[in-house]
Design a protein around this ligand. Structure first.
Ligand code: ADP
Ligand code: MG
Length: 115
């Protein structure tokens, strides 16, 4: 998954630094889908608007969901024994970060980076 994301990011014309930010985010959010969400899916799309171009990634699972999103986004918060930097770090690394989650109703995280 990391190399597919890197290939897309390279194709779209992101700088090396932004490629690294995108791959790091994909790795963290992908890991969360597996570790916390009981597995799910990842979609990657190239978005082209009139005046801008970017990469959007959607991470979706039907796992337990996040009951307190605000708390989950705090640096260092983990309900297991992770570093607790996946969500907060991804939010910082990307331009847009949207988290929709309800207990028992899964989690969908949509992130976008513009070139
Ligand atoms: N897809 C998910 N489904 C359910 N809970 C999640 C999901 N992603 C994150 N979480 C919750 O948010 C917390 C913080 O996530 P993160 O910042 O990646 O830290 P870590 O994975 O190291 O615990 C997790 O410990 C978990 O409780
Ligand atoms: Mg994590």
């Amino acid at each position: 998954m990391r190399s597919a994301v890197k290939m897309h990011a390279e194709d779209i014309g992101f700088s090396k630094l932004n490629q690294t930010k995108i791959v790091t985010t994909a790795s963290e959010l992908g890991r969360n889908v597996l570790e916390h969400g009981n597995g799910g899916r990842v979609m990657i799309e190239h978005i082209k608007e009139l005046d801008r171009s970017g990469l959007r990634m959607i991470f979706q699972d039907e796992g337990p969901g996040i009951d307190n999103v605000e708390k989950a986004l705090v640096d260092g918060y983990t309900s297991k024994c992770g570093l607790g930097l996946g969500l907060s770090g991804s939010k910082r690394l990307m331009d847009d970060f949207e988290l929709v989650s309800q207990p028992n109703n899964g989690t969908t995280i949509t992130v976008t980076k513009w070139t």
